[in-house]
Design a protein around this ligand. Structure first.
Ligand code: GAL
Length: 418
């Protein structure tokens, strides 16, 4: 018999006889607060409520999740963790090591997660071979979001290489538009840098640098070339960029103030919320020079050991189960801009951006061009990631940074964080 119902039976034995269903509460920590993101979370809330559980929203604003992680640590250390929290990549291992996470093996076996998930994804969700987290989606980070009307007005075509990008950006600027919509926050600086690094280094050296932390690539002439191209981007950003949130930045592309934005495909959720159509009102194209490559970001919820009542354990079980159901995967990812993480999904309702992403994901996993995103916490530990982000962002915010000095600085910062 399904574990859930064994537990359910034991709960029923002490519930009043009139109560027909076990109603627990789930509290979920996340940082999905933009309009597209909030719409996606609402789907989960509704699905939990349909199962008679109540939803306690624990949203901590701030793209990239830095503030959310600070709040989560405070809650966990004070012995009061939420039911589940948005945790990614190496962070899952870290929380597992600290003993905070609960095993989801029962629901995983029941729902055959090992069969429906790509092995590369399943591995990230397990701590010492046990599922402790559930993946929700696959985001592609190396996208360029384009307003075609702005490009038309400037008389240029979508750039497919970095060289072409700079030619296009010059013309867009000359035509009186902001060429590059960019939000000046450290994680967004890192997101831009990451796509340039992918293009300039290629997938193999990207992997060596940001996953293997190979100093021969980190402190190399190739890395100088990455910083050189990164620096050139500064010329196309508006002076009000500092501190701007990613979704306010996407808004500039939506309303035709700016031509292009480098951002993961959560940006698509904003276009959708503004009733814009992919392929007509906006274009999603691979970041210049990264046509067949794929930097992946996988959102997942990690599940905490609870001190609560048994009904809350049932609610926790139901939450874990719901996340990988085809119906949740479909509706959530349609709103979020990502693609489903299940391998067996019917993709008919999805738009061209999602179909392109799915195709690129499959192709890149065969060709060795599927690499984890460091800007989104998938490639390395939180400490190394923040060392990289600090160096990258500090470089980008200098008036006239020297690209030759950046790689040795990067190497030093990474060494001290390992
Ligand atoms: C990422 C997260 C995405 C998206 C983005 C902006 O860290 O994985 O799902 O929400 O932040 O908030």
């Amino acid at each position: 018999m399904k574990l859930k119902y064994l537990m359910f039976a034991s709960v029923l034995s002490w519930l009043p006889v009139t109560s027909a269903v076990a109603s627990g509460q789930v509290e979920v920590l996340h940082w999905w607060t933009s309009s597209g993101e909030a719409k996606s979370v609402k789907v989960l809330k509704q699905m939990m409520e349909q199962q008679h559980h109540s939803w306690k929203d624990f949203a901590v604003a701030g793209g990239g999740g830095e503030s959310a992680m600070t709040v989560l640590k405070m809650r966990a250390v004070s012995g009061n963790p939420p039911t589940a929290a948005q945790l990614k990549g190496h962070d899952i291992q870290e929380w597992g090591r600290l003993g905070f996470l609960t095993s989801l093996d029962d629901v995983a076996q029941q729902e055959r997660w090992d069969h429906v998930l790509p092995p590369v994804v399943a591995k990230i969700m397990k701590y010492k071979g046990h599922y402790v987290a559930v993946p929700i989606n696959v985001h592609r980070v190396n996208w360029l979001w384009v307003n075609p009307q702005v490009l038309n007005a400037a008389g240029v075509k979508v750039p497919t290489t970095l060289d072409a990008f700079f030619v296009v950006a010059d013309k867009v600027k000359a035509a009186g538009f902001i060429a590059l919509a960019h939000g000046g926050q450290p994680w967004q600086d890192a997101t831009l840098f990451e796509s340039i690094a992918l293009a300039v280094l290629g997938s193999a050296d990207y992997h060596k640098a940001f996953v293997d932390l190979d100093m021969a690539v980190i402190n190399s002439d190739k890395m100088v070339a990455v910083f050189r191209q990164f620096k050139r981007m500064k010329a196309y950003i508006d002076p009000e960029s500092k501190g701007r949130h990613w979704n306010a930045t996407t808004e500039m592309v939506i309303n035709g103030q700016a031509a292009m934005q480098f951002m993961g495909d959560w940006a698509k959720g904003e276009f959708a919320q503004a009733n814009k159509q992919a392929g007509k009102d906006y274009l999603c194209v691979p970041a210049p020079g990264t046509q067949n490559q794929f930097t992946f970001n996988i959102d997942s919820l990690a599940f905490f050991k609870l001190k609560g009542t048994e009904v809350d354990n049932i609610a926790q079980y139901d939450l874990a189960q719901t996340l990988l159901t085809p119906s949740f995967q479909r509706i959530f990812n349609l709103n979020k801009g990502s693609i489903p993480v299940r391998l067996d999904m019917d993709m008919t309702a999805f738009d061209q951006c999602a179909l392109d992403s799915m195709q690129a994901f499959k192709q890149a996993s065969l060709s060795g061009d599927l690499v984890p995103s460091f800007s989104q916490n998938l490639a390395t530990t939180a400490d190394v990631q923040s060392a990289i982000v600090d160096v990258v962002s500090e470089f980008f915010n200098q008036a006239d940074p020297d690209p030759k000095l950046a790689p040795p600085r990067l190497a030093r910062a990474i060494k001290s964080a390992i």
